[in-house]
Design a protein around this ligand. Structure first.
Ligand SMILES: [Zn+2]
Length: 460
């Protein structure tokens, strides 16, 4: 074919080329952040790597700190991250309690009620106990009944529901958790022989929800458990009919002292500022009643999946990325405290965790100064196409909250919270309760925020 370069042709070609070049420049500069974010969401949703890892982790089962399953999860985390392209992967020793749940059973005149021990509770006497129950609405009622001798020798039943009108269920949890945390200690001061707390869930169902509790400096430690919400409603009805009736309660468990466990840590050194550290974390332990899929298997695979998206980019991060799978968030924050002690002299500039479930992400919460938050908020429009809009200054998370440092930005992924307490710390927190797409949206969101904060030097 003969091409004639007439003057007119040359003119049009120049316009065409300059348009193409202009478009190219335009694509590189204006597309960059949007394009990177789009690639994160696309890869996460198409490959579903976090969801696959979650399946492997949940197959181990419940991972209560100190248990064989927890040790197995450490091994899994280490071996999986070894294959991901980090510069180094290692274990960090930390001591954790080893407490084992035994037989759990309750009935009222042979009508069974679903109960479970709170973590760290002492055991009921062998064979269980049979005693009168005193229902209280709150600590005020406990005090007034305690002062007139109505608590002594009885089982205290805190029937305090999570408030349904709070839009964020974490606020309702925060309001009600005191009865689980120090209900036993308060009741024992008035001579109670055991305490039961209405399960911390927004649902009315028959699954008891466990969780941590503390005896503080109580002189006498009494067994402490949770009763399902349906069980709580029934027990309350039985007590109205027969206030002097007796409850049979068996909550067996055993303390085996403290044992050695591990945090699992993986690092990719930063290309420009290797001394500056950005932590992405979740906690590897869970309660023992189920797989701990949402709490906090989701957080572990969020952190790992986000790291994979960031590591697979051609362009390296400027700062060091460190994934930390913390051990024993649930039962004393041992791993997080150990990590904070060991890394005291390091320069942490960012630490974000995911420990609010694998539900659809709504945004992030930060613990930082107002000026930095304003800068972070300039990224908000980039997340709107993916349904994330929350950029609040309402804390971070329990594990990364232990890390202290000058100018560190702490953060937490904030998924939708409406269904979280349906499964939290109960037998229902299983792999099947996690939606693959919702989980992967969280993974991509974490990768996106780390990428933006690092690339645009919003963090130090
Ligand atoms: Zn958790």
């Amino acid at each position: 074919m003969r091409v004639v370069f007439s003057h007119a042709n040359f003119f049009f070609m120049r316009i065409f080329l300059s348009l193409l070049f202009g478009l190219h420049i335009c694509l590189i500069s204006a597309q960059s952040d949007e394009a990177v974010l789009q690639s994160f969401y696309t890869t996460a949703l198409e490959k579903q790597q976090s969801y696959k890892w979650l399946g492997e982790l949940c197959a181990i089962g419940g991972r209560l700190a100190g248990s064989e399953n927890a040790a197995e999860a450490v091994k899994w985390g280490y071996e999986t991250m070894k294959e991901m392209g980090f510069d180094t992967v290692y274990l960090q020793e930390t001591e954790v309690p080893h407490w084992v749940r035994g037989v759990e059973y309750a009935h009222w005149n042979n009508l069974p009620l679903a109960v479970t021990s709170l973590g760290g509770s002492v055991s009921t006497p062998q064979g269980g106990m049979l005693a009168e129950v005193v229902e209280v609405a709150d600590f005020d009622e406990l005090d007034s009944l305690g002062k007139i001798g109505q608590i002594e020798g009885k089982i205290v039943f805190y029937n305090y529901p999570m408030k349904q009108h709070y839009i964020k269920t974490f606020h309702a949890y925060g309001d009600a958790v005191k009865y689980r945390w120090r209900g036993a200690q308060m009741a024992s001061e008035y001579g109670a022989i055991a305490s039961l707390v209405r399960s911390l869930t927004n649902r009315l169902d028959d699954f008891p929800h466990t969780g941590s509790m503390s005896y503080q400096d109580a002189e006498i430690k009494i067994p402490s458990g949770a009763i399902s919400t349906i069980g709580a409603e029934r027990l309350s009805e039985y007590l109205k009919i027969n206030p002097r009736g007796k409850l049979f309660l068996q909550l067996e468990s055993k303390h085996h002292g403290r044992v050695v466990s591990h945090n699992v840590i993986a690092e990719k050194y930063g290309a420009r500022y290797p001394e500056k550290i950005m932590v992405l974390g979740g906690h590897l332990d869970s309660w023992d009643l189920a797989d701990g899929a949402h709490d906090d298997g989701a957080g572990c695979v969020h952190a790992m999946g986000a790291a994979k998206l960031l590591l697979d980019r051609e362009e390296p991060l400027k700062r060091t990325l460190r994934v930390v799978l913390f051990m024993n968030e649930e039962f004393g924050l041992d791993g997080a405290k150990t990590y904070a002690d060991f890394s005291e002299d390091e320069m942490h500039v960012l630490a974000i965790e995911s420990d609010a479930g694998g539900y659809i992400p709504r945004g992030f919460s930060f613990d930082t100064d107002a000026e930095t938050l304003e800068k972070i908020r300039t990224f908000q429009p980039l997340f709107l196409p993916y349904g994330l809009f929350e950029f609040t200054n309402q804390g971070s998370g329990a594990d990364v909250g232990q890390i202290r440092g000058k100018n560190i930005v702490l953060g937490g992924l904030r998924p939708e919270s409406q269904r979280y307490f349906d499964v939290h710390h109960a037998a229902t927190d299983v792999y099947g309760a996690v939606n693959a797409r919702e989980l992967e949206m969280g993974t991509a969101s974490l990768a996106a925020i780390v990428f933006l904060l690092d690339t645009h030097d919003v963090i130090r």
